[in-house]
Design a protein around this ligand. Sequence first.
Ligand SMILES: Nc1ncnc2c1ncn2[C@@H]1O[C@H](COP(=O)(O)OP(=O)(O)O)[C@@H](O)[C@H]1O
Ligand SMILES: [Mg+2]
Length: 476
Amino acid sequence: MRPLPTHARELARLTPRERALFFDSLDADELESLKTLWPFWARPEQLIPEGDWVYWLPLAGRGWGKTRVGAETVRQWAREFGMVNLIGATADDVRDVMVEGESGVLASCPRDERPRYVAHRRRLEWPNGAKSLLFSAEEPERLRGKQHQKLWCDEIAAWRYPEAWDQALFGLRLGTKPQAILTTTPRPTKLMRDLLADPLTHSTRHSTFENIGNLAENFLDRVVRKYEGTRLGRQELHAEMLLDVPGALWTRALLEQAQIGYPPPRPEESVQQASRSPHPEEPPQAASRRTRTQLTRIVVAIDPPATSGENADECGMVVAGLDETRNVHILADLSRQGETPLGWATRAVEAFRNFEADCIVAEVNNGGEMIETLLRQIDANIPYRAVRASRGKFARAEPVAALYEQGRVKHCGVFAKLEDQMCAMTPDFDRTRTGYSPDRVDALVWAVTALALSQESGGAVFEFYRTLAGEQSGVG
Ligand SMILES: Nc1ncnc2c1ncn2[C@@H]1O[C@H](COP(=O)(O)OP(=O)(O)O)[C@@H](O)[C@H]1O
Ligand SMILES: [Mg+2]
């Protein structure tokens, strides 16, 4: 028999019989520790690179092993350094992916090396005394004044507030060699461009297919086959930075211009500033940095999928508000895939309440009367407006894009997936070629149209909301 494999790639070359013999030669404890022996499994480019880099930026397609590599890097760093912190796109991502996920820190560590997850203090406590503080990029304020010796940032191209990265950078200064690993599927954002141009960055690029042998069949179906051969697939699977699509209604530059920080408040809030936030995603401290602009009208727009279940289209759901100067502010993209109708309807009503919205707007071409029935089951008095698509998606979106060009629409933070769809919106948009339907854009278009372009009131924008709210619920 050949010598025992010292790396997974040798294991892969063995015949099934030889492999079985190898596993038989290990006792239960050895088998257990082999599972978490990262140097055995890792491909060379998944191990911490040598050199004087400050930012290690493995740009990779979905499923390549970004999260696993981040978690394993944290695990290795925590053996030597006292303060190895984590930042994820949202608090849920930090908990569900980076800490408790299948490729997260807890799953990557063998029992005797596994840190204690102290959720209420948002930290990991390692057996050797090292600590990992946990942060969400949606709360840049929490990062203020925090210092890091080593740092892992996951999916940094999808962070809502670029300010979180600025705060992280200020704090990356403990010890003699502060370093950060930034794992992400790339998007052509300013932050990505800056990082790639920085001489302190060590960047590598990898495709999903390098890890194909370790991916579940379900993932291959849901992600790989769906995106393969499509334009978005070049980004999502091959980690390419996509350039603007010729003929698309929006460009990256146009969206960058639209970007502002936190959402403006409703009038009544400015009185009791900072005391509470109606926006569930917004850090409470955000109020202190608000401008004098206020939102006078808020809508939740939904573009419901025709079917439900795992393979159904996404339910597009966008919340937007109008300020006193008649600029539109995009407040949230709550679109989600794979829900039941009752699921998305419930979330729409929740969003209506959380954002203190004035109305829910929904496209009814697909669901007809069902939508109103659903919404009213949850809240009988909800102000609701059905909209019907008489023109094509592109024609509907054009006047909305024109408002962006006039600088009249603001994005309160970065909405990664929504913006990807916007920048791919061409007159010949074809879902069989792109692999998705632009449901997020549809919801956005309905929201902006309702707030700033509605014909319903004979040109007097919003009158119909006042009427509607008065008619249906007495809210006005
Ligand atoms: N070298 C490897 N050997 C074995 N499994 C791996 C390797 N790299 C990644 N994986 C596994 O592949 C799956 C996808 O990895 P994950 O880190 O979640 O991908 P990403 O974050 O890039 O989407 C996980 O189950 C992970 O543990
Ligand atoms: Mg990941």
